[in-house]
Design a protein around this ligand. Structure first.
Ligand code: AHR
Length: 496
């Protein structure tokens, strides 16, 4: 019962796209307030930004951050969040039934993103608003000066344009829960017209059209096809969202969640390319997997049951070692699709289904899922190689038999080879890697995220219960690397 990989530097998938290591900050629960932003906190800076959270996000290697939603954006007036703080209105956020003070808005977010530093990815409201407000926001953010909105930005203390490239044309517009939801026809037209107008304001923008809210939506794939028939030529990306639920179904299917992500990506690529063929277009859209994570969504009572509150504790998921292995397998799947997936954002960054947790006035800590993200962002360099894998299998209810091994490999210009591998099985998995065409390498380090207790978690009381550990024993003999992957584990084996 051994797993095998064959690697050859001649067989590449694509360069490692740094935008795959994105995250997401939504005005939701304690993601912003007492998450990234908490004036008066002992670690807050002059802008009220929590430096401890910034330090952790930097350590995670976050490259892109999507903002301000999520469902929140679909009834958000961005103008409420700019200008003198004491003049900003308090409003009802209908997405999460929250009281929104608007103390944090676009300029605070841009300051935060620059401090990280990470590339901003802004969403415009296409729920309750339209083409005009999207263009106003873009003018405020990117136009140099001398116009109503650019001069307002300057008046608000920011002279230079922000030059934001990435823009989401709404959020989950097919969702019945979305404020101002649309049919595919309505949204496709609106996305096309918004894109056309935004490119007139700034031709350098890169635009993301909303795909389905998840691959189990009844209109999945037909939504993408109809939307793209309207806006294929105007946009650059189509979005995918997916949450993998530990509380729904059997454990084996949960461990195999990457099968669903893989099939989801292939289905959206096929649909986008089908539309391109129909239109006679030579463009090949990229995918923006701009919300993905593990979330016990079946345990969430839904937004309608929430009470009006400011920064409430909602969906503050506690992640265990199994979740870290699943998140690792999802990162590996994204890497293996780097030829078509151009952006990915883990949802979210702080407190709300997040790798980083904080206490108001108190400390912050890394959840288990922080570690596979940080290790992959740090070590995935150069080009993604095709991995030819053979692995023992295990049975699942949802996907039938699936391989225990999920793996990706990257190879950089300095000659470093890194193998990312998840053992989804409940037994140790010996791994052999055929290193043909990669002579002279030796193991620099094998790091694992694993534990005798797959349910182990980090917490306020025990923030470092689960941390990456170095494993001894991996070695190269001749042109063969061998290593043993612990049960339910995420692994990084670096060779130099
Ligand atoms: O990330 C939480 C929510 O999940 C987002 O607001 C929404 O886009 C998705 O349904």
């Amino acid at each position: 019962h051994r797993a095998k990989l064959t690697l050859d530097p001649a067989f590449e998938i694509a360069p490692v796209e740094r935008r795959l290591f994105g995250s997401f900050v939504e005005h939701m629960g304690r993601s912003v307030y007492t998450g990234v932003y908490e004036p008066g906190h002992p670690r807050a800076d002059e802008y009220g930004l929590r430096r401890d959270v910034l330090d952790l996000a930097r350590e995670m290697g976050v490259t892109v951050v999507r903002y301000p939603g999520g469902n929140f954006v679909s009834n958000y007036d961005w103008e409420d969040g700019v200008g003198p703080a004491d003049e900003r209105p308090t409003r009802l956020d209908l997405a999460w039934r929250q009281i929104e003070t608007n103390a944090f808005g676009l300029n605070e977010f841009m300051t935060w993103a620059a401090e990280l530093p990470a590339e901003p990815m802004l969403a415009v409201n296409l729920g309750t608003r339209g083409v005009r407000e999207a263009c106003d926001l873009l003018e405020y953010a990117n136009h140099p000066q001398g116009t109503r909105w650019s001069d307002l930005r300057i008046k608000h203390g920011r002279r230079d344009p922000y030059d934001v490239r990435l823009w989401c044309l709404g959020n989950e517009m097919d969702g019945p829960w979305q404020i101002g939801g649309k049919t595919a026809e309505e949204y496709g037209r609106l996305a096309a017209e918004t894109a056309k107008a935004m490119r007139r304001v700034d031709p350098r923008v890169e635009l993301v059209a909303c795909g389905s809210s998840n691959s189990r939506m009844p209109t999945f794939a037909s939504w993408e096809a109809t939307v793209l028939e309207h806006c294929h030529e105007q946009v650059d990306y189509i979005s995918l969202h997916a949450y993998y639920d530990p509380a729904a179904g059997d454990r084996a299917s949960y461990l195999a969640a990457a099968e669903e992500m893989d099939a989801h990506i292939k289905a959206v690529v096929a649909t986008a390319d089908h539309v391109a063929a129909k239109l006679g277009s030579r463009r090949r859209l990229k995918l923006s997997f701009d919300e993905w994570n593990v979330w016990s969504q079946s345990l969430f009572g839904g937004e309608a049951g929430l009470e009006w509150a400011e920064a409430p504790r909602i969906i503050e998921e506690d992640y265990d070692v199994t979740a870290a292995a699943v998140v690792g397998s999802l990162l590996i799947t994204l890497l293996n699709h780097a030829d078509r997936v151009g952006i990915a954002c883990q949802a979210q960054l702080a407190n709300v289904i997040a790798p980083i947790r904080t206490e108001p006035g108190g400390p912050s800590w890394r959840q288990t899922i922080f570690h596979p993200f940080a290790l992959t962002a740090a070590h995935a360099r150069g080009r993604v190689l095709r991995v030819e894998a053979a692995s023992p299998v295990f049975p699942t209810e949802r996907f039938g038999e699936v391989p225990a091994l999920v793996a990706a490999a990257t190879h950089d210009d300095a000659g470093e080879l890194t193998v990312f591998a998840v053992n989804r099985g409940e037994r140790p998995l010996p791994l052999d890697v055929d290193l043909r065409g990669l002579p002279g390498l030796a193991v620099a380090r094998h790091v694992t995220v694993a534990d005798d207790d797959a349910g182990a978690r980090n917490s306020l009381e025990a923030p470092n219960r689960v941390v990456p550990r170095t494993l001894e024993g991996a070695a190269v003999r001749g042109d063969r690397l061998s290593a043993v992957l612990p049960p339910v584990s995420f692994n990084v084996v670096r060779l130099a």
